[in-house]
Design a protein around this ligand. Structure first.
Ligand code: IMP
Ligand code: MG
Length: 172
């Protein structure tokens, strides 16, 4: 498949700086936590999760869950399928997402998690598209607000392409 050119929105350096800041903030807010359960949402948040845990100075367990709603389209299907068995009861959980758009995906995951009695649950997203929110969510940590454009790079794909880019951009 031929790749169209990606227009850079956030440089690799800018992303790294912001990820470090969020890591420091989480470290400060959760000081005293013996162990944090970091749960990355696959696949989009794999790179962000990997960088973020390197900036969190609290012992972490790292897990991933899979939530797919887009398939190969640019529009969310509205259905969120969760896969991955996790024991979160009595754990301090940090959910790590790539983008919160309508809010549906993260709401479904958070609802599912809350039923399983975590000690605490916090939501961290690298990118937030506030203008397209349909399902309100309380976001504890957000990297950047982005406009309503289709985003790729730094873990985020279009039809499985562009995940490997170290920067974030938009497709024309
Ligand atoms: P939501 O359920 O509408 O909030 O959509 C969130 C999910 O859709 C995220 O986990 C992303 O994987 C995906 N998504 C939302 N916006 C984009 C985008 O601009 N590019 C790629 N994936 C996106
Ligand atoms: Mg996703």
């Amino acid at each position: 498949m031929e790749k169209t050119e990606v227009i850079e929105l956030l440089s690799a350096e800018k992303i790294q700086q912001r990820v470090s800041e969020i890591g420091r903030q989480i470290t400060a807010d959760l000081a005293g936590t013996e162990q944090l359960l970091v749960v990355g949402v696959l696949k989009g948040a794999f790179m962000f999760t990997a960088d973020l845990v390197r900036s969190i100075q609290i012992p972490c367990h790292i897990e991933f869950i899979r939530a797919s709603s887009y398939g190969h389209s640019m529009q969310s299907s509205g259905n969120v399928a969760l896969s991955g068995e996790l024991d979160i009861e009595n754990h301090d959980v940090l959910l790590v997402e790539d983008i919160i758009d309508t809010g549906l995906t993260i709401r479904r995951i958070a609802e599912n998690f809350r039923k399983r009695n975590p000690a605490s649950l916090r939501i961290c997203t690298l990118l937030d598209k506030p203008s397209t929110r349909k399902y309100p969510v309380t976001i504890d940590y957000s990297g950047f607000s982005v406009p309503n454009r289709f985003i790729v790079g730094y873990g985020i794909d279009y039809a499985e392409q562009y995940r490997e880019l170290p920067f974030i951009g938009t497709l024309p």
